[in-house]
Design a protein around this ligand. Structure first.
Ligand SMILES: [Zn+2]
Ligand SMILES: [Zn+2]
Length: 198
């Protein structure tokens, strides 16, 4: 293992370490309806600003057979209608909505994503978690923010603000934490330097 950092190299070697230790990578469907076997990792990506890092990280995961769920913002700095962005997101296996609370009507945003992707959106995460997201019940959307998943007794860690507050995910995998919920923001990860993503 290399030292802890935010390179793709450390990212993928950490996930391969998990696989070697018997972890499986599960979806939100499997968490809620599948009774998954431990140890497992629920891997979530919130896509805040740019699509480019999504493509790189998704390709890395696909060639290594890693399952994750991508939560896409409809009101981010990228335009999901651009063909190159649509091409990138159409390769993602599992997609949810990364909801902007100030737009209030998240079911509309989910419908935009559904129209782009051609399948329904069931899950959402909240971009600005200090504000309330209103779901008027027009659609059965399920929030996957950590405080909404308490019943599953998961250990939640996140690279939010480019910082693992409770230590890098590799440490939790080395320790054998049985039910890991890992939030990764693709924009914080790079080949050699963080400048690549700005
Ligand atoms: Zn590490
Ligand atoms: Zn966000």
């Amino acid at each position: 293992m290399t030292d802890c950092n935010y390179t793709y190299k450390h990212y993928i070697e950490t996930l391969l370490l998990a696989r070697a230790k018997g972890y499986s990578f599960i979806t939100f469907d499997e968490l809620m309806h599948g009774n998954p076997k431990e140890p497992y990792i629920l891997l979530r990506h919130d896509v805040d600003q740019r699509i480019e890092p999504v493509k790189a990280m998704n390709e890395l995961e696909m060639i290594n057979d890693i399952t994750s769920t991508w939560f896409l913002r409809v009101h981010g700095r990228f335009n999901i209608l651009f063909k190159r962005n649509l091409d990138a997101i159409s390769e993602l296996m599992h997609v949810g909505l990364h909801a902007d609370s100030y737009f209030k009507k998240i079911e509309y945003d989910a419908e935009i994503l559904e129209a782009m992707l051609g399948h329904s959106i069931l899950y959402y995460s909240v971009h600005d978690i200090n504000r309330e997201v209103k779901n008027n019940g027009a659609k059965d959307l399920i929030c996957v923010d950590f405080d909404k998943l308490k019943q599953y007794n998961l250990k939640y860690i996140s690279d939010s603000s480019h910082q693992w507050r409770e230590g890098c995910m590799c440490k939790w995998i080395e320790k054998g934490e049985p039910r890991l919920y890992v939030l990764i923001h693709p924009m914080w990860w790079f080949v050699e330097t963080s400048q690549e993503n700005y």
